[in-house]
Design a protein around this ligand. Structure first.
Ligand code: SF4
Length: 362
């Protein structure tokens, strides 16, 4: 944080003042608030937000990292694609995620597989167009934030008639997982720090179920002052019993979200029931391609089927992702599992809760 007046969202004095207001407003009660966005998780840890809060205001991390919630059986599909001789195009976040056989995309690349890192899904087009003799598969992992760009990639490949590019859709959506978290009797949440990026697509109606359950839903930006301001708002909402959804990130997120992005999702995808790490099968929580996209659907092109496999032995990512334990309550944390020797995706991913704890809190 700074004291630079040009950076009000990072101003340490404002942050301390908000922390004081939170302490005063929360006195006499416990509050449990979940952030469901990996970017929030990282910002909270990086900026020491927990250390500014009173002991009775607890922030727990939820399933907000799309890489971390991808089921092990789906991760294994990456290596099925490689074994079928295709070239993989991926975001860098996936490079070190271990498959069930111990391989990672990084180790597979070192062993000779063609694995290419891109910053945008559309970059996959350049590879496919430049090398028509090779078969490319883009690994599509993401929530509503990234899914429209992945849908656009498939739509563009279709429009260009590209025959050597397909997309593995492992995209997921938030409404179902929020319902599950709301009903979890162990969690007993008071409210959610809602993800700004996802809300920029879905709009705040995504949280109607939260409000209807008598819990607070506040959409927050990612800077420390914005997060503390949202925590204060949640405390106030709980105190007042007025659970209307609050958008505190209006500089980026409109209440209605992005109709164009949602139209892109509807045009290309249909909902499907998929497995989440730590949460099991959630009805309608995944996005599969519509039938007309079959020639660009990697699952159909390569006959891929996710196999039910055990989670990584000893790894408690499932419990971390659902806010049941903190990373340092996993017996492997900081011992067998470190940033240098990660065991599970929550330590590998740049937005993973274990990675955030290891880097900033340990
Ligand atoms: S510390 Fe490592 S092994 Fe433990 S839950 Fe996190 S990623 Fe899994």
């Amino acid at each position: 944080m700074t004291t630079n007046p040009n950076e009000p969202f990072r101003d340490g004095r404002i942050a301390l003042s908000l922390a004081g207001e939170i302490a005063a407003a929360s006195a006499g009660r416990r509050y449990k608030i979940m952030e469901i966005c990996g970017t929030h998780t990282m910002s909270i840890s990086r900026n020491g937000i927990r250390s500014l809060l009173p002991e009775n205001v607890e922030l727990v991390s939820g399933p907000g990292c799309p890489v971390c919630v991808t089921a092990q059986g789906d991760i294994d599909l990456f290596f099925d694609i490689i074994d079928k001789g295709a070239s993989v195009v991926t975001f860098g976040d996936l490079l070190k995620i271990p498959g069930s056989d111990g391989r990672t995309l990084s180790s597979a690349r070192a062993a000779g597989a063609d694995v290419r890192v891109v910053y945008s899904p559309l970059d996959a087009l350049k590879h496919a167009e430049a090398e028509p003799d090779k078969n490319f598969v883009f690994l599509g992992v993401g929530f509503e934030t990234t899914a429209p760009a992945i849908a656009f990639l498939a739509k563009t490949a279709m429009e260009k008639g590209l025959k050597n590019l397909s997309v593995l859709s492992l995209c997921k959506t938030m409404p179902e997982v929020i319902s599950v978290l709301l009903k979890d009797p162990e969690l007993k949440l008071d409210g959610f720090l809602c993800p700004g990026h996802v809300t920029a697509v879905t709009g705040i109606s995504l949280y109607e179920g939260v409000a209807a359950s008598g819990k607070a839903a506040v959409v927050a930006g990612f800077e420390p002052v914005e997060i503390l301001d949202a925590v204060l708002e949640i405390v106030r909402r709980v105190n007042s019993g007025d659970f209307r959804i609050v958008n505190k990130y209006k500089r980026v997120v409109s209440d209605g979200g992005s109709p164009a992005a949602r139209a892109m999702l509807d045009e290309v995808f249909l909902p499907e029931t998929v497995s989440w790490r730590g949460l099991g099968m959630l009805m309608g929580s995944g996005l599969r391609f519509r039938d007309e996209y079959a020639p660009w659907d990697a699952k159909k092109v390569f006959g891929l089927e996710s196999r039910p496999v055990d989670e990584i032995k000893g790894c408690k990512c499932g419990s971390v992702l659902t806010g049941k334990i903190r990373p340092d309550e996993c017996p492997l944390f900081g011992r067998a599992c470190t940033a240098e020797t990660p065991v599970g995706p929550c330590m590998v991913s740049s937005e993973g809760t274990c990675a955030a704890y290891y880097k900033f809190i340990r």
